[in-house]
Design a protein around this ligand. Sequence first.
Ligand code: ATP
Ligand code: MG
Length: 266
Amino acid sequence: MNISNLIESSDAPARSVRGKVRLRGLTKSYQIGGRTLPVLVGIDLDIAAGEFVSIVGRSGCGKSTLLRLISGLDRDHAGDMWLDDVPIIGTSLDCGMVFQDSSLFPWMTLRSNIAFALQGRADLSDVEKTRRVTDAIDLVRLTEFGDAWPRQLSGGMAQRGAIARALVNEPELLLLDEPFGALDALTRTYLQRELQHIWLRQRSTMILVTHDVEEAVFLSDRIVVMDAAPGRIHRIVPVPLSHPRDPADPAVQRIKETILTDLVGD
Ligand SMILES: Nc1ncnc2c1ncn2[C@@H]1O[C@H](COP(=O)(O)OP(=O)(O)OP(=O)(O)O)[C@@H](O)[C@H]1O
Ligand SMILES: [Mg+2]
């Protein structure tokens, strides 16, 4: 089934009702050489369940820091965060994360890498775990490669493997920090379409950090444009276009130009 069928089909999954994110006054500083470096200041943001939001901004404006805070990996901050009205105070299986480099363990097959994420899930039977791993591998279209070692996968395949590993716990929120940044343009375009396909299937909330404004416009419901030094929200740009989008569509290009002007000026 292709993406347009998925959108039009009445079988398409209903919008998720979980995965709502709320940030209030989120503020973060680092200590560098005895100096306090304010990185994020007063971030207020509401993301609806099932929404796809991208974050763009100059290098160093705090995008990765923001994702790490939302993921609960970094807990030293001011301000408050909630996932579905539950305060975020640490990492959780409800929130998956994908980094720029696939970070698959080289000593495990793809299947074992993905199964590893289910370690400690005493609530799942072995049969259910096997089913989830197989489903995740199928979802990212690596069905034939479950027994492959990471070194036997291309960069794009390894990145799809990392997405499968992040999805196997069925998180309601998926955070992606430049997941396609290290890939060539063709693979990148392919994986953008794959990610959209996965989002349309899963309907989990996704927050994508990207340097690629066209990627953001292609995928997102809304785009958060950040200012730097210290990082704060400059503005939020809605993308009121139906999926699938055509990168050559003048409406897509107009939104892209607006955001580029914000980022780099006229
Ligand atoms: N662990 C750390 N210790 C000290 N300073 C840090 C740490 N991590 C990030 N910073 C600082 O925080 C600021 C924001 O970094 P961050 O990695 O969030 O930026 P970014 O927007 O993701 O940049 P890029 O687009 O280059 O990935 C930078 O000034 C950086 O030096
Ligand atoms: Mg970063």
